[in-house]
Design a protein around this ligand. Structure first.
Ligand code: AVJ
Length: 318
């Protein structure tokens, strides 16, 4: 463990503690969803992507596969591909297989070990491609490294409908930041889940096997391990609700009894039935996303959806 690693771990722990204490002190208690993704959480999420109810990943992957050539043509040659929140970089090969002479791939990921482990197969598959990993929290801004060859344009790749985790005003801030990263002539290839029946949405976030419930509770286990909390994860119930006015799925951890929990020396009281909000997944219409993109400085160049229009892959240009 280098000095830098210790410093960044301490910095990360301090930010984690501050976010949790602030979130649990709020009128409506909350824990930011970015803290789901420790190694256990990342593995649980990989399992969620295989679930029958969770249509998001397979629907997006099918669109990227079915329209790969069109998407490759739209992005053009000698692209630098930048992927904020790359996770296990499970989708980027669908683009790299069809892109003409891509200059570099820049994954940006908060869990460093998970990212570096996921890059080995890519290095093997694309020996001529420069891969420049950035261990950073993309929501806090990051610097794009220089590539050896000058790219024709920068394209930000933001799949998986992670944009849905952000309230619309925060989503606008994030898209504006991506517009700055892409630069003039650059673009954004965005995966955005679309509005649909709650009868489909709620099971997708509360699957019958209980994997999403375990994913949700895991953040309490992480707080106990990394922040010295004394949560009893079994004393909280997983809940997924469709919020029509806000056009989002909300994930909650509901306290099963009156209880007191301590984190970092601070006590937090919960009433029976009181929720902790752990994630929002906003669902867009095509018109709604086009409007948000325009406010952020993008123009919608092309949109690809599945037959049922459950999911959209959108190429936005500056
Ligand atoms: C990775 C944020 C896109 O919101 O659908 C999956 C995370 N949460 N099941 C989503 C998630 C519950 C997922 N994103």
């Amino acid at each position: 463990m280098t000095h830098e690693d210790t410093a960044s771990t301490d910095h990360h722990r301090a930010a984690f503690l501050a976010d949790v204490v602030a979130g649990l002190s709020a009128p409506v208690k909350q824990i930011p969803p970015k803290y789901f993704y420790d190694d256990a959480g990342s593995e649980l999420f990989d399992r969620i992507c295989e679930l029958p109810e969770y249509y998001v990943t397979r629907t997006e992957t099918a669109i990227l596969r079915d329209y790969a050539r069109d998407i490759g043509d739209a992005l053009g040659a000698r692209v630098m591909l930048i992927e904020p929140g790359s996770g296990s970089s499970a989708k980027v090969h669908l683009l790299l297989d069809v892109l003409e002479d891509p200059v570099a791939y820049v994954p940006v990921e908060i869990s460093r070990e998970h990212m570096l482990a996921s890059l080995a197969p890519l290095r093997e598959r694309y020996p001529g491609l420069e891969i420049l990993p950035v261990a950073a929290d993309f929501t806090a801004g990051f610097t794009v490294p220089e590539s050896t060859r000058e790219p024709a344009r920068r394209v930000v790749f933001f799949p998986g409908s992670t944009i849905g985790n952000f309230r619309p005003d925060d989503a606008l801030t994030l898209l504006s930041r991506f517009a700055a990263v892409a630069g003039p002539g650059g673009g954004l290839l965005l995966g955005a889940d679309l509005r649909k029946s709650p009868a489909v949405l709620e099971p997708a976030y509360d699957d019958s096997a209980g994997v999403t419930a375990a994913f949700n509770r895991n953040v309490l286990t992480r707080i106990n391990r990394e922040l010295g909390g004394d949560f009893d994860p079994g004393a909280f119930r997983h809940r997924a609700l469709w919020n029509e006015p806000e056009s989002r799925v909300e994930m909650h951890l509901v306290s099963l009894r009156d209880q007191r929990v301590h984190v970092g020396g601070t006590a937090f009281d919960f009433r029976a039935g009181e929720p902790i909000v752990t994630e929002y997944s906003h669902k867009y219409t095509l018109a709604g996303m086009a409007d948000l993109a325009q406010q952020a400085g993008f123009r919608v160049e092309q949109v690809w959806t599945d037959e049922q229009e459950w999911f959209s892959v959108q190429y936005l240009v500056r």
